[in-house]
Design a binder for this molecule. Structure first.
Ligand SMILES: O=C(CO)[C@H](O)[C@H](O)COP(=O)(O)O
Length: 409
């Protein structure tokens, strides 16, 4: 309710009751919003896939103005939903989320008679890099039904969507999980009203985007996004500083520091050297290796094993995370391997996996899922910002999360 009030203050015309809210609170979510916002259009995202007439009737009687049916539902469901919508005086929007051929289906849905077609890329799909704008452009050339668009829209993509022909712009997380909902809604409003005034930046490479996001979020955000996995055990910051980069791995052996130091020469600027050395009593890393790493532009070092020359490495400032410190080193014997799969801090690390370190410790993100997990961590980060904002206003975490209600039963 607070978020809805703040979004309306920022210029939102419609209030969408999202599917998760409908699933957790049922039709009462629609009734409550209807009562609180008598002059706003209430959109009920039922995502109906069967019993179209019954679900439209429920939402309409609770106070919705527009009800969403899944575009990929059977024609019989869409048609019966439409009959019910006409009977109860509401409008029907068909949502193209996950439709196998969205362009073809949009044409069919227009022919079936829906009031709106929503070109929608779902939240999970956004996390793997999909966005709705290019499909929207294609669809808007083929239909004249009013088009809505949704799927991770922000100030820039909202403007692009309007220019591509969208009449309704549905924005979720970039408003609802902002730490200033009113301001976020105002910015979207402005971009929808004057799309030509918005400067569209060119996109970074995927690797740049991953690094940028991991720099913005915390290791705790990332571990949450990985369902509490990915954190190294027993590895702590020795020289503090945010560290982000792909791993170059080193498997070394007690008393030997040859491979740990040779890895510096193989590493590229921005890499993180991740070392497993069995010995907690003989150092495999020290001040000279640290200075060499700085010369190569390495982002940081993680060592399950021991580091020495602590005064020097602290002064040099390269982020180092380790399990132990000792004064004595071994010798460069030459055992071990560079860029083999290793275990460090209890986590499997492959070359190229993303390694992120901060005050809380180190997490490992498998390279195959780096983009998705960066995006998901950013969502966790946004949610936490919103929670901080609500707690600052005087609440407590358990009140805001309704912890008792949502404990596992
Ligand atoms: O229907 C939804 C998810 O299925 C969302 O409401 C819609 O995608 C808008 O949210 P966001 O802008 O965060 O994608």
């Amino acid at each position: 309710m607070e978020i809805a009030k703040e979004a309306v203050a920022g210029g939102a015309d419609w209030i969408e009751i999202g599917t998760p809210l409908i699933k957790s609170e049922g039709m009462n979510a629609i009734r409550t919003m209807r009562k609180a916002f008598p002059d706003r259009t209430i959109l009920a995202d039922m995502k109906t896939v069967d019993t179209g007439a019954m679900e439209v009737e429920m939402a309409a009687k609770a106070g919705a103005d527009v009800v969403i049916v899944l575009g990929s539902a059977d024609d019989s469901t869409v048609l019966d939903a439409l009959r019910s919508a006409h009977k109860y005086g509401v409008r029907l929007m068909a949502d193209l989320i996950s439709a196998p051929d969205p362009v073809k289906r949009a044409v069919e849905l227009e022919a079936l008679g829906v009031d709106y077609v929503n070109v929608h890329v779902g939240i999970d799909q956004q996390m793997v890099g999909k966005d709705p704008i290019s499909v929207l452009m294609e669809i808007s050339e083929k239909v004249s039904v009013q088009l809505a668009v949704a799927g991770g829209l922000d100030v820039e993509s909202a403007a692009q969507a309007v220019k591509a022909g969208a009449r309704i712009v549905i924005v979720g997380g970039n408003i609802t999980r902002s730490d200033n909902v009113t301001e976020a809604a105002m910015k979207i409003r402005k971009s929808v009203d004057s799309p030509d005034s918005v400067n569209i930046r060119s996109r970074e490479t995927v690797d740049q985007e991953i690094r940028e996001i991991f720099k913005e979020v915390s290791t705790s955000n990332i571990s949450d996004a990985m369902h509490r996995k990915g954190a190294m055990k027993g590895i702590h910051p020795l020289v503090r500083g945010k560290m982000v980069g792909p791993a170059i791995t080193v498997q070394s052996f007690p008393g030997d520091w040859a491979k740990t130091v040779e890895a510096i020469d193989l590493a590229k600027p921005g890499d993180v050297i991740v070392i497993y050395n069995e010995s907690k009593d003989v150092a495999c890393w020290g001040g000279l290796a640290t200075l060499s790493s700085l010369n190569k532009g390495i982002a940081g070092v993680v060592i399950e094993g021991a580091v020495r020359d602590i005064d020097e490495v602290e002064n040099l400032g390269l982020p180092i995370y380790t399990s132990n410190t000792v004064p004595n080193a071994g010798d460069p014997k030459g055992f071990g391997e560079i860029n083999a799969e290793i275990t460090c801090g209890g986590q499997t690390v492959k070359p190229g996996d993303y390694i992120i370190g901060d005050e809380s410790g180190v997490v490992v993100v498998p390279k195959e899922r780096a983009y998705e997990l960066a995006r998901r961590a950013k969502e966790v980060n946004k949610t936490e910002k919103r929670l901080f904002d609500e707690i600052r206003r005087g609440g407590t975490l358990s009140e805001i999360l309704e912890l008792k209600k949502w404990e596992k039963h």
